[in-house]
Ligand binder design. Structure first.
Ligand SMILES: Nc1nc2c(ncn2[C@@H]2O[C@H](COP(=O)(O)OP(=O)(O)OP(=O)(O)O)[C@@H](O)[C@H]2O)c(=O)[nH]1
Ligand SMILES: [Mg+2]
Length: 440
């Protein structure tokens, strides 16, 4: 019998989400053996183009059926998690292959003892668990047509359908589940509803269209791209220490010599399942030479920030506020700020409400870090969408919905309807199989 081949489709190394493909005569049998769906049991015969949420060992994953003899596992991208997922299929009888096609002997030829599940990594706890928690009560996903012929062959790149490729780029399971909802028709159904409202009474369409445009601008833009959170402030206040504490590991260089950080170093993480890029910057002050260059970098990073965490030093008797130049460097007035008083473990007696709204914390002891992450999430996603909410999920759809809203506000309902119809047609190209994404 020919081999059932297990391949890692995403690049090796740590990523947010990884995709493991299992292809061969036993692919479905192995998937049924190892994967536990969140809802009903898996059917005996694979249904092509269906997706399931569930678990593999103790990890939450998405199982996608590509063909009768091919499945994909979308799992958290931490190295150990990915290796563990691959190992499960190898122990069960699969054969590993590298992207270049070279095959490795299965680990199972060495030992068939079950491999213990890996301890969750920082990303696993902050993205997978929270992502799944955010899904709330899962309902079994919509049934999709069981024939692959509805997808043109030319759109299947590298064995992945376009929706699967979109999903693969989602940095967290929370964003993957939002994309999954859209690819199953949440966005399209809402656009149809708004179009019907527009036809009946355009005023009734204003609120839902505003909400859709707003969700596009807040959440839709960050289903694949993380929010950029820039940590800035004067030298030596603990910016790099704070990044390391938030990311949970040593990434930025910390030193008691002021002016240590020269480059804008960045770390990807997730808060409450939302993808965030934390960007460390050089301490801002008047400086010359290499340090001045670092400060220029810092100002460039500020220009692209979605949110700025301005750090001050509670162990110092003076607070250093952003100067006019720094404020001017920040891109748009919409960019939000969070004020932090670090080193509260060595505070020289600052009152808790000084500065007003400032969060007193310690990067060293970890005190009040959660308050900071809550505050960041609250500012980035003030009104989080509930599971199943419609969201424009590509930059182009966001633009179209925004234009439709602007047109309606300007009392041009026909133009708004035109934009929405365009968006609808575009979004349906992303659906898994049929315009509704549903089968009878
Ligand atoms: N007591 C105390 N010390 C801290 C805390 N956070 C940082 N430090 C110390 O403050 C010093 C400066 O920390 P860094 O993280 O390098 O500060 P920075 O703001 O990145 O400095 P530059 O890159 O030079 O601008 C180091 O000696 C840290 O150990 C804290 O919460 N409490
Ligand atoms: Mg630093």
């Amino acid at each position: 019998m020919s081999d059932t081949v297990v391949s890692l489709l995403t690049p090796p190394g740590t990523g947010a989400i990884a995709t493991v493909e299992v292809r061969g005569a036993r692919a479905w049998e192995l998937a049924r053996q190892l994967f536990t769906p969140a809802g009903n049991p898996l059917p005996a015969i694979p249904e092509v183009n269906r997706f399931w949420f569930g678990t593999l060992g103790s990890d939450e994953v998405i199982l996608a059926v590509l063909a009768a003899d091919a499945v994909e596992i979308h799992c958290h991208g931490g190295r150990r998690v990915v290796q563990w997922v691959i190992d499960q299929f190898l122990v069960a009888g699969g054969v590993e292959t590298s992207a270049s096609g070279g095959r490795k002997p299965p680990e199972s030829s060495i030992t068939s003892a079950p491999i213990p599940a890996p301890a969750p990594t920082l990303m696993a706890t902050s993205t997978v668990r929270e992502g799944i928690a955010s899904l709330g009560g899962l309902t079994p996903p919509a049934r999709l047509p069981s024939t692959p012929s509805t997808l043109p062959t030319s759109s299947r790149l590298g064995g992945l359908t376009p929706p699967a490729r979109l999903l693969q780029h989602a940095p967290t399971l929370r964003t993957a589940s939002i994309l999954l909802d859209q690819l199953n028709g949440a966005f399209a159904n809402e656009v149809r509803r708004i179009l019907a409202l527009l036809g009946a009474d355009p005023v009734e369409a204003l609120d839902p269209l505003y909400r859709l445009a707003e969700l596009g601008n807040t959440v839709g833009r960050h289903l694949v791209e993380p929010w950029k959170v820039v940590v800035a402030g004067p030298p030596n206040v603990g910016k790099s220490s704070l990044i390391n504490a938030l990311a949970g590991f040593q990434r930025a260089v910390v030193s008691d010599v002021a002016g240590t950080t020269r480059d804008a170093v960045s770390v990807q993480t997730a808060f409450d399942g939302w993808p965030v890029e934390l960007i460390d910057t050089a301490g801002i002050r008047d400086a010359q030479g290499l340090e001045a260059e670092g400060i220029d970098h810092a100002k460039r990073a500020l220009a692209h920030a979605d949110l700025v965490v301005w750090v001050m030093d509670a162990s110092s008797p003076t607070q250093v506020w952003p100067d006019e130049d720094t404020v001017a460097a920040v891109r748009v007035t919409k960019t939000r700020w969070v004020l932090v008083m670090n080193k509260c473990d060595q505070s020289v007696g600052w009152a808790p409400n000084d500065p007003p709204g400032g969060i007193h914390l310690s990067a060293t002891t970890g005190a009040n870090l959660q308050q900071l992450t809550d505050s960041i999430v609250c500012r980035l996603v003030p009104d989080p969408p509930s599971p199943g909410s419609p969201i424009p999920f590509t930059p182009h759809l966001i633009e179209r919905v925004g234009s439709a809203h602007a047109a309606l506000v300007a009392s041009r309902p026909d133009e708004a309807a035109y934009m929405l119809r365009e968006a609808l047609a575009e979004s349906e190209q992303h659906h898994f199989a049929s315009p509704l994404g549903l089968s009878s």
